[in-house]
Design a protein around this ligand. Structure first.
Ligand SMILES: [Zn+2]
Length: 244
C-alpha cells in the first residue's frame, strides 16, 4: 500500500501544510484517513476528491474533519455533472451533530453515508480500531493489506495498550502534538519522546512523526522521537509518500 501525507499540521493549518489527512491506496482503492481543514486543497494534487472510496474520521475535532464541508460541495456540484455515489464516512456517532451542524442540519444523504467506527473491511484493507485517550471519542486505526501494516495513532495521550495495537507495524504514523518537558495536560497528545517510545515498544519497522502544531519545531520533534525509537524515523511533510 502507499501512504501519501495530505496534511500533517496539528491543531491549525501551517503555512506549508493543511491539518491531518492521509491518503492510503492499494489496488486502486482510495482510503482517506481524516480530512482536516485545508486538506481538500492538497488532496486535489493527488486525486479527484470525487474518487475517494472511503473516508475514516478518527474523531470530530475540527483539525481532523472540517474539510468534509467543501468535500460535500465538490461531490454535489462539480460542473462536469459526474456525481459519485454517497461516500461511506466512518465517524464517531456521539459528536456527529458537529458535522450536521456545519451544514445547518440539512440532509447529507445524497453525498455521505455515515457509519459508526468498527473493525471492518474497506476494499482491500482490513481495518481494526482501538479507542484512544482523547477528550472526544477517538480511534487509532490499523490498516492491513497484502501482509503489510500501517498504524495511525490519531490523537491520543499515552496508554500502554497502544503498543500492543501497533505491534509489528511496517509503518507507524504517530502524532507528536506535545513537546517534552512542557506542562502538558494528560489524556490529550503524545510527546515526541512518547511517540518514539511507542514505536520502540511496538517493534515497528519505521516511524513517521506527524500532527506537530505550527508553534512547535517539527524537526526537533522528529529528532526527539528518533532518539527514543532508535530506528528509521521520518517527519511527515505535505505531499510525502511512503510505500508501506
Ligand atoms: Zn483531537
Amino acid at each position: 500500500m502507499r501512504l501519501t501525507v495530505i496534511g500533517c499540521s496539528g491543531s491549525h493549518p501551517a503555512p506549508d501544510s493543511a491539518c491531518s489527512s492521509y491518503l492510503v491506496e492499494h489496488e486502486g482503492f482510495r482510503l482517506v484517513l481524516d480530512l482536516g481543514n485545508g486538506a481538500l486543497g492538497e488532496l486535489q494534487r493527488h486525486i479527484d476528491p470525487r474518487d475517494i472510496d472511503a473516508l475514516f474520521l478518527s474523531h470530530l475535532h475540527g483539525d481532523h474533519w472540517l474539510d468534509l464541508v467543501p468535500l460535500a460541495h465538490v461531490r454535489r456540484h462539480h460542473p462536469d455533472g459526474r456525481v459519485p455515489p454517497p461516500l461511506p464516512v466512518h465517524a464517531p456517532s456521539p459528536e456527529r451533530g458537529r458535522i450536521t451542524g456545519a451544514f445547518g442540519g440539512a440532509s447529507l444523504d445524497d453525498v455521505f453515508t455515515f457509519r459508526s467506527p468498527a473493525d471492518t473491511e474497506l476494499g482491500p484493507f482490513a481495518i481494526s480500531l482501538i479507542r484512544t485517550l482523547h477528550p472526544v471519542e477517538t480511534h487509532a486505526v490499523r490498516v492491513e493489506a497484502a501482509a503489510r501494516t500501517l498504524v495511525y495513532t490519531a490523537d491520543t495521550g499515552w496508554f500502554p495498550e497502544l503498543a500492543a495495537f501497533a505491534q509489528g507495524a511496517d509503518l507507524l504514523l504517530a502524532e507528536a502534538g506535545f513537546v517534552d518537558g512542557a506542562d502538558n495536560p494528560s489524556g490529550l497528545h503524545l510527546t515526541a519522546t512518547q511517540a518514539g517510545e511507542l514505536a520502540k515498544a511496538a517493534n515497528v519497522a519505521r516511524l513517521v512523526v506527524t500532527h506537530v502544531a505550527p508553534w512547535h519545531d517539527a524537526e526537533v520533534q522528529a529528532q526527539k522521537a528518533a532518539a527514543a525509537f532508535g530506528g528509521p524515523t521520518d517527519l511527515a511533510r505535505r505531499g510525502a509518500t511512503f510505500d508501506v
